[in-house]
Structures are given as structure tokens and as C-alpha cells.
Design a protein around this ligand. Structure first.
Ligand SMILES: Cc1ncc(COP(=O)(O)O)c(C=O)c1O
Length: 436
């Protein structure tokens, strides 16, 4: 066994054996090589004052070699912030800036131990790192029945984990913390569970209230107290878009330091929050009171990155860092928040007027990019296709009753027309059914 991985595993064992038990076979085997090309070139970067002939980039006139056709369109940025490889764990200044933002936006993190965010190639990559490190064949990955479909590929297909769903809402149409708790406690025999908490939720646009938040935390705690090791992943893709009556923090804060059998992992990023979907900048952050543990988990995470993409794109890390440091950042973000909130409010206003009665109900929503209709009379996929062909309207059908509408993509003044046409589509199909 490589001495580095032996050392990392011993550290994790010593600091918290439950966390060691949470690791997948790959998670146990991975490490970040200290004595390879990267460390030698890092050493050379500070010491090789005459000639640095270490890493596989090209230099010219003391800066990264580059083509004018590219630099001309990016002239606001220095070549060193664009063309060089970013470190595998990400640009240090960006990691620091994201951590500071996290503390400001999540007051419940005050006084808690959590690591330095490691930069990922956006959230999908962060989730895939979680899967690599913790999910093995047959491990239970628990999340609600209304979810982002990609979890199935990331955890199920790619790592062979068993996907365990529970109904997102209970009978009072509130978050079904009891269902979550049952799903966790059902893993007693395995002694391990990975729980994915995604709020604001895709596809429903739901974020729990503060009270429901406590119930979720209590459900995880009950699992830990029953002897189940829990990797508690918060997928905070739509973080900060909280419009009314919900938690406004990630549950990562409350979960940090809660129980030795709970390992909180925060997956977040600039993608949806900062409206930079194609930039591919995300983060993965662990919580632990032990610095040695945080360091070991960071090394393993960086090992996975080195083994898969080697490092994330540098230009987009620079763009996001520049935005975070800009004095205009907060004001501009607030402006976009207000637009999104106004759209959500308008959708609610339209749906709460009685004009669509009988056609559908809707799942409670208070945050994020989406809302979901629950169709009463027609099949969701049939309606989706009809809306597309007849009215040129694109929606997402989920199962037989649910239709997801991304109000994030529709200007406020067009929302009424959109829902009128969806309603018309329902009526068309009802009529066809009646004449059959
Ligand atoms: C809940 C959720 N998590 C993660 C992602 C992936 O985000 P990214 O584009 O940053 O990989 C999405 C994207 O749709 C999402 O809806």
C-alpha cells in the first residue's frame, strides 16, 4: 500500500472511525500524490529563479504562451489567470472567497469546524466525487421521490448504489421528515446511509420551513443514534433563491458538529446562484471538528480530481473570483433575485386565482427556479408533447401526473399567457378523451 494512503487512512481512523467506515473501496484507496509532477513543479515555482523547466505548459516573455486571437477577447484578464493550470483543488483565492461567502450566508456555521471548499467542475462533479468517495455497490442513497434525475446515474449506475426514495411531502403537504427517518432507520443492517438533501428542491421549488428543517436534522440524528453512519450531502445548487417562509441557510450548518456518525458534505457552486451555468465552477466542503480529518478528506477529494479531470478550468475560476470580489456583486445579485422572486410570486398569484380549477393542483413552492403542477385529468407526457406540438411550449413531464415549469426562464409578463396555454392544452386533451 502506498505510504500516503496508509497515512491518510490512519488519520481518518484515529480521528473518527465512523468516517473511515463511510468510505467506499475507492474512497479508502485514493490519495493525492505528494511526490509527483505537481509537487515538484510547485516547489520549482517558488525556488527555480533561473529556469523552471518542470510542468507541461509553455512560457514566453515571462508569461504563459498564448494566442492573440484568444487573448484579444479576454483582455481584461492577465494570461496567468487564464492559461496556466489551476491547482487540482482550485484557485486558492477563490476557495477562500467562497468560504467567506459561506460564513456570511450561513450564520449557523459560526463556531463550527468545516474545511476549505475544494473547487469542482460544478455541482455534478461535486456529487460524483461524493459518490466516488462514499458510495459502493449496495450502499443506500436516500433522497425524496421528487428529485433531480441525475442522482440515479451518479450514485446508482456509476457506483452501483441502491437508491432509496421516500415521498417528499407528507399528507399535510409539508416536508415528510417521518418518511426520511424511516428510510434512514431501514438501513440499520447496513449500518450506513448516504442522504442527499436538495433545497431549493429540483423539481418542486420547495425549501422546508425552519421547523421542518429541525425535523430533518432530528431524523438524521435518530439514524446516527441508532448506530447508522450517515454521509449527509446538501446539494445546494439553488442556494440563496429563497423567496418566502423557508429556511434561508443550508442545513449543512445545523448538521456540522451534530454527531460523530454524521459526516456533513456541502456541494454547491456558482452555476445557478451566480447565473453562470456553462462556467462549471462548484465546490465540495466537509464539516468536522478535526483539522487532521478535514485535511485527509481534502487530500482524498483532490486525489479523485487528479485521477479524473486533473484540475478544473482556470478561466471560469478567475471570472467567478473577480465577481465575488467586485463591489457591485451583491447589488447585482439582489437585482436578479428580485426578478426571480417576482416571477415566482406571479406564478402563485395566477395559480391561486380560481381560473385553472379542476385542471391541476400544484406542489408547494417557495424558492429556486421551478414549480411543479400536479395534473388532475390528463397524462403529463401526453400534455408535454401536445404543448410542444400545438403551442410551441416546452415543459418537463415527470411521471404520469407532474409537469415541471421553469419560471426562471419566462419573463414575468409572459407567465399568464404560458399558464393559459398550458390550461388550454389540458382542455384540448380532456375534449379528445371525452369524444373517444
Ligand atoms: C439539484 C441539482 N443539483 C445539481 C445540479 C447540477 O449543477 P451543475 O450544472 O453545476 O453541475 C443541478 C442542475 O440542474 C440540479 O438541479
Amino acid at each position: 500500500m502506498n505510504p500516503l494512503v496508509k497515512q491518510l487512512n490512519e488519520t481518518i481512523q484515529q480521528q473518527n472511525p465512523h468516517v473511515f467506515d463511510m468510505l467506499s473501496p475507492l474512497g479508502k484507496a485514493i490519495y493525492f500524490p505528494k511526490e509527483g509532477i505537481l509537487s515538484q513543479s510547485a516547489e520549482a515555482k517558488s525556488k527555480a529563479k533561473a529556469y523552471n523547466a518542470t510542468i507541461g505548459i509553455a512560457l514566453e516573455n515571462g508569461q504563459p504562451m498564448h494566442l492573440k486571437v484568444i487573448q484579444d477577447t479576454l483582455s481584461a484578464y492577465a494570461p496567468k489567470d487564464l492559461y496556466e493550470y489551476a491547482p487540482p483543488a482550485g484557485k486558492p483565492e477563490l476557495r477562500k472567497a467562497w468560504r467567506s461567502k459561506m460564513i456570511v450566508e450561513n450564520p449557523s456555521l459560526a463556531g463550527k469546524g468545516f474545511g476549505n471548499p475544494v473547487v469542482t467542475n460544478a455541482l455534478t462533479h461535486g456529487l460524483s466525487i461524493v459518490a466516488d468517495l462514499f458510495a459502493g455497490p449496495g450502499d443506500a442513497v436516500i433522497y425524496p421521490d421528487k428529485n433531480w434525475e441525475n442522482y440515479e446515474l451518479t450514485f446508482g449506475i456509476r457506483r452501483g448504489a441502491e437508491l432509496v426514495n421516500f415521498p417528499l411531502y407528507n399528507e399535510s403537504v409539508q416536508f415528510n421528515a417521518e418518511g426520511l427517518k424511516e428510510a434512514i432507520l431501514a438501513q440499520r443492517d447496513k449500518g450506513k446511509a448516504i442522504v442527499v438533501l436538495n433545497f431549493p428542491n429540483n423539481p418542486t421549488g420547495y425549501t422546508p420551513t425552519a421547523e421542518e428543517g429541525y425535523e430533518i436534522v432530528a431524523a438524521l440524528l435518530a439514524g446516527a443514534e441508532a448506530g447508522i453512519n450517515i454521509v449527509a450531502v446538501t446539494d445546494d445548487a439553488y442556494f440563496s433563491l429563497f423567496f418566502e417562509g423557508s429556511l434561508t441557510e443550508s442545513l449543512f450548518g445545523q448538521l456540522a458538529g451534530l454527531h460523530p456518525r454524521i459526516l456533513p458534505v456541502k456541494v454547491d457552486g456558482a452555476t445557478k446562484e451566480e447565473y453562470v451555468w456553462g462556467f462549471r465552477v462548484g465546490f465540495i466542503t466537509f464539516a468536522s471538528e478535526s483539522e487532521a480529518m478535514l485535511n485527509a478528506l481534502e487530500q482524498k477529494t483532490t486525489g479523485i480530481i487528479r485521477a479524473t479531470i486533473s484540475s478544473g478550468p482556470h478561466p471560469s475560476q478567475t471570472f467567478v473570483l473577480q465577481a465575488l470580489q467586485s463591489p457591485d456583486f451583491e447589488a447585482q445579485r439582489l437585482e436578479k433575485f428580485q426578478i426571480m422572486k417576482a416571477r415566482a410570486n406571479r406564478v402563485k398569484e395566477l395559480l391561486d386565482s380560481s381560473k385553472f380549477e379542476g385542471a391541476w393542483t400544484y406542489y408547494p413552492f417557495n424558492s429556486g427556479y421551478f414549480m411543479c403542477l400536479k395534473l388532475s385529468t390528463v397524462d403529463a407526457e401526453t400534455l408535454r408533447v401536445h404543448l410542444l406540438n400545438q403551442y410551441g411550449i416546452g415543459t418537463i413531464a415527470l411521471g404520469s401526473t407532474d409537469l415541471r415549469v421553469a419560471f426562471s426562464c419566462i419573463e414575468q409578463e409572459h407567465l399568464e399567457d404560458l399558464f393559459n396555454k398550458i390550461h388550454q392544452g389540458v382542455q384540448d386533451l380532456e375534449q379528445v378523451a371525452a369524444t373517444k
